[in-house]
Design a protein around this ligand. Structure first.
Ligand code: NAP
Length: 549
């Protein structure tokens, strides 16, 4: 069979129950879950293999900033027992090995077409199916579409003129080559000092001939104090996995993070200091568990921010450099807090230079390097750690057309909106995992992915039992969810920093915090409640296409 769509020669149409996009945590679990439910599936992934973020982000120093034992699937007790993490915060090679292990163990790869991008997905209302076109010109038709495209999968180049002119090695953190990269003797520049830049700088600094860090906004970073996991500890974790998962599901971030019910000003200044010192010594995520009101009480937040600025001053020898590294003007933790091993120490190396692009802005990239207002910095290599078009970038990277020709890019022109981050009015049978109006970037992505895939599976089972073929949330349900999201967003300090959380890093992107900030348990409860209530906030179509209230 042959067809012509969007000017492309189409190959034979393949008819399926479900198309799944993405091979990160959400996509891999979706492939497993829906295959086990007996659906015919086809999955696509732009990368050459499974792993999602961990397939792409091979940059030196890439490492998870949540405990490894928590940042992994919970749906298979067998996999929990068979896989052994070596470090508290695993590095990218180990994370990618884990994803590969799961893919092999569950035989997931055969369902994927790798190196394949989706160009368009169009809902055919008449036939009640999604038509999914690959960039290679293939057409797949499926009853359901699961977009497991991830909140951080579209890297963003900086809006600096001349990037294409650079004649040296131009490296992008999120598109790092598979081959080893040599930094020895080279003049290396890094643009970007978020979580990615910090990991790169501390790793490349000691290895480069000279390192030039182009910093615009400094980040707060806390000591990771990573550890090798001892066999006894691992055995204890494996015995206890069910309990650990239950604890994670009950925590606001869907993860094993220290929490506190203690308000900052409820204890004496001496006690505060000693709690902060202890947490700093402990490292990892301990600082987040010191006080309950870090993200709601600006005064408490500023005290903690000042504590962290002092710590920078204690490590960095040159007071002028230390001063530039101290973040000011936004609440601590309103940007994603970074964990480092030797970030601030790196600036004590004589060949590492901090260039403050707030005082001395980057004007352009030249053939030879980076031109600041004060002059040109010649480089052999320029590394971009300039972030992502977060939360919505992946869904807007291709053309998704729902009922009556409604496009996601039009629906989201004033900001993303959906019901539970899972589905959108106007887009029947189109499901998202870790969608932009769920807890997304603010909670453990693996727990959200599992929650979302399970929710979709239950919804499909319910439709099947009731002889229904298509579902979508009502506009009222979507509006009401967005009102909940927006109301909660006003209570946090998260929107007080210019970050990808609020769309501030992408020119022309609608600004605002559209992430659900009510915590993972509340989110999961909203999802569960919609199922318990018989999906009454959805409209359905019967197999014979009648509207079902
Ligand atoms: P990011 O936090 O958005 O940081 C991007 C950096 O690039 C910022 O410092 C930004 O400065 C800078 N930048 C962008 N355009 C620039 C320009 N034109 N001139 C100068 N500087 C420019 O991105 P990221 O570091 O990739 O982190 C994104 C998210 O990925 C994190 O928040 C985290 O969720 C995740 N991540 C996690 C890990 C981990 O688990 N360990 C590691 C890496 C990333 P401004 O702030 O001034 O715009």
């Amino acid at each position: 069979m042959s067809d012509k769509t969007a000017g492309q020669d189409m190959k034979a149409v393949k008819r399926l129950d479900m198309v799944i996009v993405g091979a990160g945590f959400g996509g891999m679990y979706a492939v497993y879950k829906f295959r086990e439910m007996g659906l015919s599936i086809q999955a696509f992934e732009a990368g050459g293999d499974v792993g999602g973020v961990w397939y792409w982000n091979r940059y030196p120093g890439a490492r998870v900033d949540l405990p490894s034992i928590d940042y992994c699937f919970s749906f298979s007790p067998e996999i929990e027992q068979e896989w052994t993490w070596s470090e508290e915060f695993a590095a990218q090679p180990e994370l990618l090995s884990y994803m590969n292990f799961v893919a092999d163990r569950l035989d997931l790869r055969k369902h994927y077409q790798f190196n394949t991008r989706i160009a368009r997905a169009i809902w055919d209302e008449q036939r009640q199916i999604w038509q999914v076109f690959t960039e290679g010109g293939e057409l797949y038709e499926a009853t359901y579409c699961v977009m497991a495209t991830g909140p951080l999968s579209v890297p963003k180049d900086p809006e600096i003129p001349g990037l294409h002119r650079f004649k040296g090695e131009l490296m992008r953190a999120a598109r790092w080559p598979h081959e080893p990269v040599d930094f020895a003797g080279k003049r290396v520049g890094v643009i970007g000092t978020g979580s990615t830049g910090i990991q790169i700088i501390q790793e490349v600094g000691p290895r480069a001939g000279e390192l030039f860090v182009f910093q615009r906004t400094p980040s707060f970073s806390m000591p990771m104090r990573n550890k090798t996991l001892e066999p006894d500890y691992v055995a204890e974790v494996k015995r206890n996995y069910a309990g650990l998962r239950a604890a994670a599901l009950n925590s606001a971030v869907g993860g094993l993070r220290p929490q506190s019910t203690r308000a900052f000003f409820s204890v004496t200044p001496q006690q505060r200091r000693s709690l902060l010192e202890d947490a700093w010594k402990q490292g990892g995520l301990a600082m987040l568990g010191t006080f309950s009101d870090l993200l709601t009480n600006p005064e408490a937040n500023e005290h903690v921010a000042e504590f962290m600025r002092e710590k920078i001053g204690e490590v960095v020898h040159d007071p002028a450099v230390a001063e530039k590294l101290k973040p000011r003007g936004y609440p601590v933790f309103a940007r994603r807090p970074c964990l480092d091993s030797s970030y601030y120490e790196t600036y004590n190396l004589p060949h590492v230079h901090l260039l403050d692009c707030l005082d001395d802005p980057i004007e352009e990239i030249t053939e030879k390097g980076v031109r600041l207002r004060s002059g040109e910095v010649e480089l052999d290599m320029l590394i971009l750690a300039t972030g992502y078009d977060g939360l919505t970038g992946a869904m807007l990277a291709f053309d998704v057309v729902g009922r009556d020709g409604l496009r996601v890019k039009d629906k989201w022109k004033d900001g993303s909106r959906s019901y539970l981050g899972l589905m959108m009015n106007g887009f029947p049978n189109l499901f998202m995992t870790t969608g932009p109006n769920g807890p997304s970037a603010l909670a453990n992505i693996v727990r959200i992915s599992e929650n979302d895939v399970n929710w979709i599976a239950n919804a499909l089972t319910s439709m099947h039992h009731n002889g229904l073929s298509a579902m979508e949330p009502t506009l009222e349900a979507e509006n009401s969810w967005m009102e909940t999201v927006n109301t909660l967003a006003q209570r946090t300090l998260l929107s007080k920093a210019q970050t990808w959380y609020v769309g501030a890093n992408v020119e022309g992107k609608p600004k605002g915090l559209t992430i659900f900030t009510g915590g993972f348990p509340r989110y999961a409860e909203h999802c569960a409640a919609s199922a318990r209530a018989g999906y009454r906030e959805f409209t359905f179509t019967g197999v014979n296409r009648q509207e079902v209230a």
